[in-house]
Design a protein around this ligand. Structure first.
Ligand code: VGL
Ligand code: ZN
Length: 228
């Protein structure tokens, strides 16, 4: 592949009914507004167009309902432990039950032009860990094999050079997917109009600072880059 190759992929993170108003269990403010923007992007000639789905079992660790009567969605946290290394732990925010496999809330948003996708990758199936990133869980020592997706292999296989990340939520799964993507060596951009955040504008602005600091570009759907 020549150094000037431009082989962009479009990554559409978790555009699922449970992340969208009015009825989503974990509705992201204004979340449904990303769909027309993403549908326009899906009409462009990306080398690869991949959607991800948060795909949890009912006993998932990120559900407040699995942590007793005192645990509250959005405000409580739980400790995640690496199943093969008890010394590696991190705190994870607890959520309402969402995107449970087989439920209507798990479905891709019905207005999404899913017929233009090359594939759908599932994540978050291991009940023991949260997996915001479409690539892997934050557990690294050793990596949890059940929480490593096929996404990186797919991007490599198709010789993708840049990844444009869109979807929900900008301050969680889009954020962590973009960070891992850049860390793995792809030029990575988040399309600002194609994401919304759990924490609204404030949540997004905080995410942007860290994304830029780690080399992820923020671009607009009309193509203008705002900083890298
Ligand atoms: C997400 C919270 C919990 C996301 C997934 O897709 O951003 N957020 N699970
Ligand atoms: Zn989730």
């Amino acid at each position: 592949m020549s150094e000037t190759a431009f082989r962009p992929a479009l990554l559409i993170v978790d555009v699922q009914e449970d992340f969208c108003p009015p009825n989503g269990a974990l509705a992201v403010p204004d979340g449904r507004a990303v769909v027309p923007v993403i549908n326009d992007l899906l009409a462009l000639p990306f080398v690869l167009k991949i959607a991800t789905k948060d795909h949890h079992p009912p006993n998932h660790i990120s559900f407040a309902s699995n942590h007793g009567p005192d645990a509250q969605p959005y405000t409580s946290f739980a400790t995640v432990t690496n199943p093969t290394n008890a010394r590696e732990t991190y705190q994870t925010r607890l959520w309402p039950d969402h995107c449970v496999a087989g439920t209507p809330g798990n479905a891709l948003v019905r207005e999404l032009a899913a017929d233009r996708l090359d594939g759908v990758i599932l994540k978050g199936m291991d009940p023991r860990v949260e997996m915001y990133s479409a690539f892997r869980s934050p557990l690294r020592d050793p990596p949890l094999v059940s929480a490593v997706s096929s996404l990186a292999a797919l991007l490599r296989d198709r010789q993708v050079t840049e990844v444009f990340v869109t979807g929900l939520a900008g301050d969680y799964c889009v954020f962590h997917s973009a960070l891992d993507c850049a860390e793995d060596g792809w030029k990575t951009y988040v399309v600002e109009e194609a994401t919304r955040s759990v924490g609204g504008q404030e949540g997004w602005e905080k995410a942007v600072e860290e994304l830029k600091a780690k080399g992820v570009g923020i671009v607009h759907a009309d193509g203008e880059e705002v900083g890298r």
